[in-house]
Design a protein around this ligand. Structure first.
Ligand code: TSX
Ligand code: MN
Length: 554
């Protein structure tokens, strides 16, 4: 039993609550903690220890009865590395065990170095004791009505009940490497972020630069991490596609490791055109979840229509007979591949380097159909942190909304924040100090459309042109950028446009009314959701940006 106190609080993720109650709550996370009830704020839900205790006692006693419990010792990051951390997961799911063996470094040798309290404690149960009372669908034991994913950040503990799927059951990933790790990182002076890591080597000079990029879901982060450039000039290699742990070394260089050992990627949309390297990665030793199956035992999902015989008999993820062109979906939209990173043809040779790779640029982005240009460079670290705090993206609509909505997803961390978002922003700001050489911060948008709704930018392999400009800015190249109200914008002459036809002016236009509305809406978001915890520096950046926009010529 633990005693209750105001600081001992539990971060709760109740699935149904996630998106629903967002904009109503006017209190900051800290204020709502005092109410002693679960607060339904947008940036994470919190519950008091005694109430948590009650919820747990309601679920866990006897929850694994009749099942095999597995004990999984795992390392996030290369075993023994200076940035790596150890976890132990208990689970009654063999699916979770198999996925954890791909996604993390599972080794019995971890017991040899493990102390009493230097590991993250992860407990998981599908919440389906035997003999089962309900019908188990498709051999998939779970308890969806009672799902509860809880974190005790101070105790470095994770408790997951009722789900047997993905991020809610593979506790090393979102729960540990983002929610718990962001709290450890705050305490220890580093960052745990929802970012890809990739290397770009200049083929002429041999010089290589590494970048990190954070995007909300449905922006193609995995596709970007494994980019096949459409033009010569760079060799692209992936270090990680989802999570980065970033730490300044003694020289003040920011270094990143990928704490994971595999890719847990969204399957639909992945094919030999959009991501050939992912396709080659999961041809063996991989697990597919909620995808469809072809009659010859292969995998299938939406987006693979050109890669499978059109007469092929297919069984959907719900075990129904189906064929290409038939109504309905073959695979669940959130179906996944789970594949070892080591099998990726463009995995970086240094991807397991214990001290990480040096980061030259941080890129934020979102799915922004209107107003937001292809790329801009922020004015400073502080301006970049503000831009990151205001990241928004078009999301597939929640049940109560019609069509698509633009949702805030600050730093792409909205569902993964382990502590107060205002304090998190202050922690970012504090890193710009003494020996630290902070990287430049950029914002990209691959998804701007014209008045007919057609994409203005070809995306995919052509994104290398954007990264080329980013790296040239990092190298200090002058005369390739122009100052605007929101940041530095590339000059058309400097940008590599060989063999593409573009509506450049439309792609980079900055409509004054749009941007005025945007900055005011962002201010309202921070006021409503973070309140008095927003750092003064961020308010100053917002004010300055509004003034710059006001001064724009219409
Ligand atoms: O992943 C994407 N990226 C990043 C690639 C490195 N997608 C897929 C998003 C869903 C996960 C993109 N979709 C990208 C992109 O850069 N851009 C777009 C939009 C787009 C879609 C199709 C075309 C052009 C742009 N063109 C044709 O289909 C011919
Ligand atoms: Mn992710």
């Amino acid at each position: 039993m633990r005693t209750a106190s105001c600081v001992e609080l539990t971060l709760l993720m109740l699935l149904e609550w996630r998106l629903r109650h967002g904009y109503q709550q006017k209190k900051s996370m800290i204020q709502s903690l005092m109410l002693g009830k679960v607060s339904k704020v947008f940036l994470g839900q919190w519950i008091s220890e005694p109430e948590m205790e009650k919820e747990m006692n309601d679920r866990y006693p006897g929850c694994m009865a009749g099942r095999t419990m597995f004990v999984i010792p795992f390392s996030m990051g290369p075993i023994g590395g200076p940035i790596s951390k150890i976890g132990v997961q208990l689970t009654d799911s063999n699916y979770v065990l198999l996925c954890m063996k791909i996604m993390t470094r599972v080794s019995p040798h971890l017991w040899e170095t493990l102390g009493d309290n230097d590991f993250v404690k992860c407990v998981h149960s599908v919440g389906c004791p035997r003999p089962v009372k309900r019908k188990v669908m498709n051999h998939w034991p779970c308890n969806p009505e009672r799902i509860m994913i809880a974190h005790r950040p101070e105790q470095r503990e994770i408790m997951s009940y009722g789900s047997g799927y993905g991020g809610n059951s593979l506790l090393g990933k979102k729960c540990f490497a983002l929610r718990i790790a962001s709290v450890i990182a705050r305490d220890e002076g580093w960052l745990a972020e929802h970012m890809l890591i990739m290397g770009l080597q200049n083929e002429k000079t041999g010089e290589e630069k590494f970048i990190c990029a954070a995007f909300p879901s449905a922006c193609g982060k995995t596709n970007l991490a494994m980019l096949e450039p459409s033009i010569p000039g760079y060799k692209v290699r992936v270090v990680g596609d989802d999570i980065a742990w970033l730490k300044f070394d003694r020289e003040g260089t920011l270094r990143a490791i990928n704490p994971e050992a595999g890719f847990f990627g969204v399957a639909p949309g992945t094919n030999f055109k959009t991501n050939p390297n992912a396709m080659k990665t999961f041809q063996k030793n991989s697990i597919f979840t909620n995808v469809a199956e072809t009659a010859d035992g292969g995998f299938f999902w939406e987006g693979m229509e050109d890669e499978v015989d059109k007469n092929m008999a297919i069984t959907t993820w719900l075990n129904q007979k189906w064929h290409i062109g038939a109504p309905g979906k073959a695979a669940h939209p959130n179906s996944r591949f789970t594949a070892p990173a080591s099998q990726c043809p463009i995995i970086h040779p240094d991807w397991e380097k214990p001290e990480g790779v040096p980061i030259s640029a941080i890129i934020f982005g979102g799915r922004r159909p209107t107003g937001v240009p292809l790329v801009f460079e922020t004015f400073s670290w502080e301006h970049g942190v503000m831009v990151g705090a205001c990241v928004k993206s078009e999301a597939t609509a929640a049940a109560e909304f019609k069509g698509k909505v633009i949702m805030h997803d600050p730093m792409a961390m909205r569902p993964f924040m382990g502590y107060n978002f205002g304090n998190y922003l202050q922690h970012w700001l504090n890193l710009n100090a003494k020996p630290h050489k902070v990287p430049k911060i950029f914002h990209v948008n691959w998804f701007r459309v014209d008045s007919e709704g057609s994409f203005l930018w070809p995306g995919f392999g052509d994104n290398i042109r954007v990264l080329d400009w980013v790296l040239r800015r990092c190298a200090g190249e002058q005369g390739i950028a122009e100052k605007s109200a929101i940041g530095y914008i590339p000059t058309k002459e400097s940008f590599n446009l060989t063999n593409i036809d573009l509506k450049w002016d439309e792609l980079f236009s900055l409509p004054k009314p749009y941007w005025l509305d945007d900055i005011r809406e962002s201010r309202r978001f921070l006021e409503d959701q973070v309140g008095t915890d927003v750092p003064k520096t961020i308010w100053k950046e917002i004010e300055d940006q509004e003034k710059r926009i006001q001064a724009m010529t219409d």
